[in-house]
Design a protein around this ligand. Structure first.
Ligand code: FAD
Length: 359
């Protein structure tokens, strides 16, 4: 089968590697001149990443020991978490290399512009190129051109993230998250690359650059690099297939609404897609285990969206219980269904927030 994958991010590279390995003819088209660039990502991942990609020192920038959660009053809670900061340029290239080893062909500087019959149309330099496909996969990110061309991308809403790499003095093993009026409806973060620079950012639905300027005042180092990008808000990932056209990753809208993280869930959707194609299964149905986890994140986001500053102060106090910290440390947040009931048993006070989740 001729498979055309649009987008050489984590999701596109994952599905390309699996289908090429199974013997299909796979062509990956990427609009930018270099895989993994430009970067629009903080690159923080849990251990769940290594269920979808082999661990490799080449793409790991930093290894973390935990998070400091900072409530609106400045009250801080430390939770040990063993997580990683990755370099997206190196990580995406690493995944593309794996797909190429399996025989996938990569074409950079090829921008997907539409579909004509069973051909995908690309603009490359001054040329228009048509590529016939049996299967077309849109792994082309949050604004997916494949999703728009096929009519699958509908009613999508986004957070906008604004981030900079800033120099300064940082505790290299701990990342910071800030909640409350500094980032309405989401949060702000500072994720160290090491002791002398951090990826500092904020996401909101509106006026993100104003909130970034407020956050910037907490850090007086120099800005080395600026990035900004959209994060799709998960809304059920209902439209993921139309005939022989499929969407995966951010194109399918499978980010976690609590954190905006989408690297691992995108790769998970790509793995499900490859498996569905190979075993002739219904892709949309096969996504249900991922949807179940994302649904919990959606409800948690509903809850957090209704939090007052006082609620955040209570949350930080209630999370400080040793058993709660142990559960959060043991379970990657990609799988909340595995530990949410245990959290409620460990800290029944969390039930006070349940009314917000379903409001
Ligand atoms: C500020 C910010 C911080 C983030 N931090 C984190 C984090 O810490 N952890 C985490 O897990 N997630 C994070 N995310 C989300 C994460 O970046 C995405 O969920 C992830 O990149 C999705 O991977 P993907 O392969 O589906 O899409 P992408 O990584 O967006 O890849 C899509 C690819 O398609 C290409 N493309 C797009 N349109 C076309 C076209 N028309 N033709 C050809 N190619 C095209 C793009 O150039 C790109 O290479 C963050 C997002 C933002 C904006």
């Amino acid at each position: 089968m001729n498979v055309v994958v649009v987008g050489a991010g984590p999701s596109g590279n994952t599905v390309a590697q699996k289908l090429a390995k199974a013997g299909h003819s796979v062509d990956v088209f990427e609009e930018h001149p270099q895989v993994g660039r430009p970067i629009q990502c903080t690159g923080i991942v849990t251990k769940a990443l290594f269920e979808f990609a082999p661990k490799d020192d080449s793409y790991v920038t930093n290894e973390l020991e935990g998070v400091r959660i900072i409530a609106p009053s400045g009250k801080t809670l430390e939770i040990p978490l063993h997580e990683w900061v990755i370099c997206r340029e190196k990580f995406d290239s690493f995944l593309a290399g794996r797909a190429q080893e399996e025989g996938a062909a990569y074409h950079v500087r090829h921008k997907f512009t539409g579909v004509k019959g069973n051909s995908a149309i690309f603009q490359s330099e001054n040329q228009v190129i048509e590529k016939e496909f049996d299967i077309l996969i849109g792994a082309d990110g949050p604004f997916s051109a494949v999703g728009r061309a096929s009519g699958l991308l509908k009613d999508r809403q986004y957070y906008i993230g604004s981030q900079a790499t800033i120099t300064g003095k940082f505790d290299p093993q701990w990342f910071l998250t800030f909640f409350g009026a500094c980032a309405p409806g989401f949060f702000a973060w500072a994720v160290p690359e090491g002791s002398d620079r951090a990826r500092v950012g904020v996401a909101t639905k509106k006026k993100v650059h104003d909130y970034f300027e407020l956050l910037r005042q907490k850090f007086n180092g120099e800005i080395v690099e600026r990035q900004a990008g959209p994060i799709p808000i998960y809304n059920g990932a209902k439209n993921v297939q139309k005939g022989n056209i499929y969407l995966a990753g951010d194109a399918a809208g499978v980010c976690k609404n609590t954190t905006g993280g989408g690297i691992i869930t995108g790769m998970w959707s790509a793995q499900i897609l490859a498996d569905s194609i190979l075993r002739k299964k219904d892709y949309s149905k096969a996504l249900n285990p991922l949807r179940r986890e994302l649904w919990i994140h959606e409800k948690l986001r509903n809850m957090l969206d209704r939090f007052s500053d006082e609620d955040y102060e209570n949350l930080v106090d209630w999370m400080s219980k040793a058993k709660v910290k142990q559960l959060l440390e043991a379970h990657p947040r990609e799988y909340p269904s595995r530990f949410i009931s245990k959290l409620l048993l460990a800290q029944p006070k969390f039930l006070a927030f349940a009314k917000y989740a379903f409001a």
